[in-house]
Design a protein around this ligand. Sequence first.
Ligand code: ATP
Ligand code: MG
Length: 451
Amino acid sequence: MKLRKFRIPHEIIFIIEKIQKSGKKAYIVGGAVRDYLLGRSVANDFDIATDADPQDIMRMFNRVVPTGIKHGTVTVLIGSHSVEVTTFRLEKGYSDSRRPDAVEFTHDLIEDLSRRDFTMNAIAYDISNASLIDPFNGQVDIAMKTIRTVGNPLERFSEDGLRPLRAVRFASQLGFSIQEETYTAIPACIEAFKKVSWERIRDELSKILLSPVPSVGLRLLESTGLMAHIIPELLPGRNCQQKGMHVFDVLDHGFLTVDACMPDLELRLAALFHDAGKPFVKSADEQGIPTFYNHDKKSVELAAQALRRLKYPNDCIDTVCHLIALHMFHYEDNWTDAAVRRFIAKAGEPYLERLFLLRLADGSATTGIPADPRSLVPFRKRIDAILTEQSALQLKDLKISGNDLMAAGIPKGPVIGKILHELLETVLDDPSQNERETLLKIAGKLKSKYL
Ligand code: ATP
Ligand code: MG
């Protein structure tokens, strides 16, 4: 295959040449070389490997952050780039399966490449003569779309339990297969994997979910046994059949819903969990047809539990749970305007688009046939009409506030909130009531109800 030219930003060339002028070696390594060989546009992050000491690099450049100085990594900030420059190193002993007990610097590039995880990630590029240093035949594996550990996979995975998950993540991101020996080593190294921090697992899971066809990675997580540690909540969905329009079991339906969503992390997380509650609430009606009452609530509970364990930020968890809680919305043309307003008020305007996308993806993953976006057009039109009328949909849109109620003699306390909510209900039914004087009158009547 004829490769395109390796487009290397001039800032990267500047760093490498400066290190070389000091008499040391410097190469581009890692993902940038791999992506170049794949003919993909190279991500912004370039990694450089060098035999210069971290202290030398600190002295050589103006803006440098000692990001992992103990492990030989410093980050050079230059233009819009932040470039990790890492001293050639060997890793000694991994008693905790997470971090090497000690790192030892070396002057040998090949030794440095040999500590890297996969052959495709163990290739160095020398800008001085545009050549590749590829001691583990990574180029062949890239051409064969194969993920293979450098050296014995059982050893490499038990040294660092994150590597099995990286293998799955790369398979999903790049559409590669995991070479057989490497693949079978994953279930054998689950104990090492269990020692990895939830934050690192979360970051890899997010990359899987944002990859072009996430179900590739999700199925690998399941078949290798990683899923049982990461998100056991999903596994009861396997072989949980649904009947009706559904052609997939609950777990496959979840995976395919993720595939059918655009790459937005919160949306795809919601897709993954939206029906997770089904196996837990499954029952049958008189005809023996399966029912899943309140599965949305159970799915919210399971998603919150899993996402908290995975240390996703609270606002992400809240958004995902909100989308799941509302994914069953059911619009009919005979809805009144008040019902449409109540729906917008409940969903919140910023979430509407994602609820629609989730609905379409859910539909596609039910029948296996892409859902027709036109099915949502009538509801969208009703919503647009309500939004342009700019009526009150939230408490803050009311023409009076809690202070106004207090000034009208209603004592400070929970009653204020109750009355404001009732006023909002009134205004959702009839927006013309959202006038200060009218609302004060209604509040006066409500006062006697509560006090
Ligand atoms: P991307 O940045 O696109 O996710 P990458 O291959 O650059 O992919 P990084 O996490 O940035 O991945 O790591 C840079 C390089 O460091 C990798 O290509 C690999 O050579 C090495 N590396 C990273 N993590 C590990 C690990 N856990 N074990 C061994 N080598 C690793
Ligand atoms: Mg990288």
